[in-house]
Design a protein around this ligand. Sequence first.
Ligand code: NAD
Ligand code: ZN
Length: 352
Amino acid sequence: KIIRINSSHKNYEVLFIDDIYKLFKDLINEGRFLVIDSKIYTIYFKEYIDSTLIDKQVFLIDAEEQNKNIESSQQLIQSLVANGVKRSSKIIAIGGGITQDIVCFTASILFRGISWIFIPTTLLAQADSCIGGKSSINFKNVKNLIGTFYPPDKIYIDLIFLNSLTADDIKSGIGEIYHYYLYSASRLIQDFHLKRDQFFSNRSLLLPFIYESLSIKKKVIEIDEFDRGERRKFNYGHTFGHAIETLTNYQINHGQAVSIGMDLANFLSYKLRILSKEDYLSMKTFLKLNFPNFQFSDFQIDAYCQLLQKDKKNVNANLTCILSRGVGKLEVYEMELNHENQSLISEYFSTE
Ligand code: NAD
Ligand code: ZN
C-alpha cells in the first residue's frame, strides 16, 4: 500500500512495509546517517548495529519533550558535520514525533535543506505526524514556538514498532486518529468504536485505520499545505489540548490531551447551542475512554485560561478555536475569553 502526497516543496510517499530489518541493513550498508530514538535502538536494533558506528554513522536521541529544542538540533549538526555530512547526504530518522521534529528541523536548515527519510515508530507518528511536513521545536518552555515546513523524501511504516508501545501511547494515537474521523465523518467510525478494545492486544488491527487517517490528512494538506484555511480545522481539540499538556508539564501525552480538548470543544459547542446534547454525549462516550485517569479536580482553571489567551493562533484578544456542529461539521470560531466563557470552561472541568 502506498500513499502519495503532492507538496509544493516536493512530492513524497508513504510506503507500508513488513520487513524493517532488511531496509535497515540496506541503509546501514549504504552508509546513511541514522538518527534513532534511543529506546527504539535498544529494543529493535542494538544487535544489528556494530557498536563502533555509534556517534559516527548512528546517532541516538533521548525522546523527551525537554530535549526537543535548538540545542539538540545544534548538537546533531555538530555530530553530522564532524562525520562528513554533505549536501548530497540523506538522514534517516527512526522514532516518534520528537525524533521527527528534531531531525526534520535539522534537515531543513543544514545546507539550507538536506534530504531525509522518516521511519515512524509510535501510533501517533504513523497515523498523523509523519505527513504534513511540519517541524516544531520548543523554545524557552514555549511548546512548538519555532519550526519549518520540510517533508521527508519517503516514509516507511512498519507496524512491528507498535508492539512495544504502552497502553497510554496507543490511547494517544487513538485520540489523534479519532480527531481525523470526527473531522471527516469517516465511514470507519463505527468499526473503530467496535474494535477499540482489541487494538491493545492485537496492534496489527490498526493498519486500515492508520491508512484511513493518513488519507484524510493527505486530502487536506494537499489543498492547504500551509495552514491558512481548511487545515486549521485539524486544530480541533489541539488549542485546548496543548494548554493541558503545558499545564501538566507533559504528564499527559499529546493524543490524550487532544481527546480532552475535543471533549471540551464539544461541551462549549453544546453550551453555545450549536451542537445537540445527544451528539455531545455520543462523542463523549468514546472520547472519555482515552483519559480515564485524568485528575479534573486538581486542574487550575485560571492558569489554564491564561495559557489559552497566549495561544499563538489567536487574533486580537479572542481565542481562535475549532467548535463542532456534529460529526464531520467542524468550524473555526473566534471565542471571546470573557467572564461567561471562562465560566463555561470552569464548569467543564468541575463537572467532569
Ligand atoms: P515521542 O517521540 O514523544 O516518544 C514518546 C516516548 O515513546 C518516548 O519515550 C520514546 O522513546 C518512546 N517510543 C517511541 N517509539 C516507541 C516504540 N515503538 N516502543 C516503545 N517506546 C517508543 O512520541 P510521539 O507521541 O510520536 O510524539 C510526540 C511529539 O510529537 C510531541 O513533541 C508533539 O509536539 C510532536 N508532534 C509533531 C507533529 C508534527 O507534525 N511535526 C504532529 C504531532 C505531534
Ligand atoms: Zn496532534
